[in-house]
Each structure stands twice: as structure tokens, then as C-alpha cells.
Design a protein around this ligand. Structure first.
Ligand code: ATP
Ligand code: MG
Length: 194
């Protein structure tokens, strides 16, 4: 499951856990990006902070891991590079890329989007505000069974909303894990104008 995770919130965690349970996945690897290619002009938080918050969110789930692959690679984090690297690292595994409905809707604008669809399967989970039927329709011409759509318990939260709430002094408790809430305040993230 790739993302900017700026910060990771319960929407990410619920999506990952439901996908894991339904598809019987052996593990879910969270892959925080270094530089999101689709958000070129948006400043993102230091990857080490984003990585730390993912780690603080996942360590209690024995199925969850976090990878530094995109952080170590640096530069724009293209999914195609990461999927190829995971295929090298886990040659015998069946790899599923977990995304939300908003992200999968944009897959054709990803670098070598069509090629990624040949290299791994996708689990596209429902997300409030995104009509899964419309997304399915949009992707029908390219979806040769590589995308599985999964209806999950929908959590209407985004990292953008969390950042806004911190900036406005509103509570984020229970929207992110306590460990992440504490980390955000300790490092004074999101307070200054983001
Ligand atoms: P931002 O508002 O900064 O874009 P975000 O909440 O969308 O943050 P991302 O890091 O962009 O989080 O998303 C990583 C992945 O998690 C994407 O595939 C996205 O679709 C998915 N995702 C994020 N939030 C949810 C949610 N509430 N429900 C389901 N999927 C989600
Ligand atoms: Mg997003």
C-alpha cells in the first residue's frame, strides 16, 4: 500500500486491514513515498517523519510492515519502479497493490500505468466521495481482471483534513493513533501554514 501518509490515519489502517482479511494476504507492506509525482508543487513533510508515523501506527499489527524502498531510492516515487523492485524481492509472491478509489481512478495518468496493471493485481477500496461504479466504468477498457474492487467500512477522513485540523487547533484524537497524535505535537508538524 503506497501513499504519502502525511500523516497516516485510521482510513489507511482500516483499508489495509480489511483488504488483508478479505484477500487472505500474508502481509501488508506500507510504502511511504519520497516525493509524490502527482503532487509536484505541494510541499510534503520530511519523509523520515512520515515513515516514523507509519511505523508508530503499524507495529501492533503482526501482518503490517513498512518499507523504506521509495525513501532510499529518492527522487519522484514512481509506482512502476517500486512494483518491479517488489517483484525482484518477492519472486514467488502474488503482489497486490492496495489503493483507494480516488487513487485507482487516476492510474492511467501514472508513469507506465498500463504496464503496472500487467505486473501486479490491485485492490481498490471504496472511499467516501468517490463513486466506485463510475471508477469501474472509467477503467473498464483497461481492467483485464487486474483490479479487484472492495467495499470496505468507509472512513471519511484524509491526511489533508488532519493537517487542516492541526492548523486550526481542532482535535485529531481517534482520527490518527495516539502514538501519531503525540508525534505530531512533539515535532510541531502541520502547525505552520500547511
Ligand atoms: P492527502 O489528503 O494528503 O492526499 P490521503 O488521505 O488521500 O492524503 P494518501 O497518502 O494520499 O492519503 O493515500 C494513500 C492511499 O490510501 C491512496 O491509495 C488513497 O486512496 C488511500 N486512502 C487514503 N485515505 C483513505 C480513506 N479514508 N479510505 C480509503 N482509502 C484511503
Ligand atoms: Mg490522497
Amino acid at each position: 500500500m503506497g501513499g504519502t501518509f502525511d500523516p497516516i490515519h485510521i482510513g489507511h489502517l482500516v483499508a489495509a486491514e480489511e483488504a488483508r482479511a478479505v484477500f487472505g494476504l500474508d502481509k501488508v507492506i506500507f510504502v511511504p513515498n519520497y516525493q509524490p509525482p502527482h503532487k509536484p508543487n505541494v510541499p510534503v513533510t520530511d519523509p523520515e517523519h512520515r515513515y516514523a508515523m507509519v511505523l508508530l501506527s503499524i507495529y501492533t499489527n503482526p501482518y503490517f510492515e513498512v518499507s523504506r524502498i521509495e525513501i532510499e531510492r529518492g527522487g519522484p516515487s514512481y509506482a512502476i519502479d517500486t512494483v518491479k523492485e517488489f517483484r525482484r524481492l518477492y519472486p514467488d509472491a502474488e503482489i497486490y497493490f492496495i489503493t483507494g478509489a480516488d487513487a485507482i481512478a487516476e492510474i492511467l495518468s501514472w508513469k507506465q500505468g498500463m504496464e503496472i496493471l500487467q505486473l501486479c493485481k490491485f485492490i481498490a477500496v471504496t472511499r467516501p466521495g468517490y463513486d466506485i461504479e463510475k471508477v469501474k466504468e472509467k477503467l473498464r477498457p483497461v481492467n483485464n481482471n487486474s483490479i479487484e474492487f472492495l467495499k470496505i467500512t468507509e472512513i471519511n477522513i484524509s491526511s489533508t483534513e488532519i493537517r487542516r485540523r492541526v492548523r486550526e487547533g481542532k482535535p485529531i484524537k481517534y482520527l490518527v493513533l495516539d502514538t501519531v497524535e503525540n508525534y505530531i505535537y512533539k515535532h510541531n508538524l502541520y502547525a505552520g501554514g500547511r
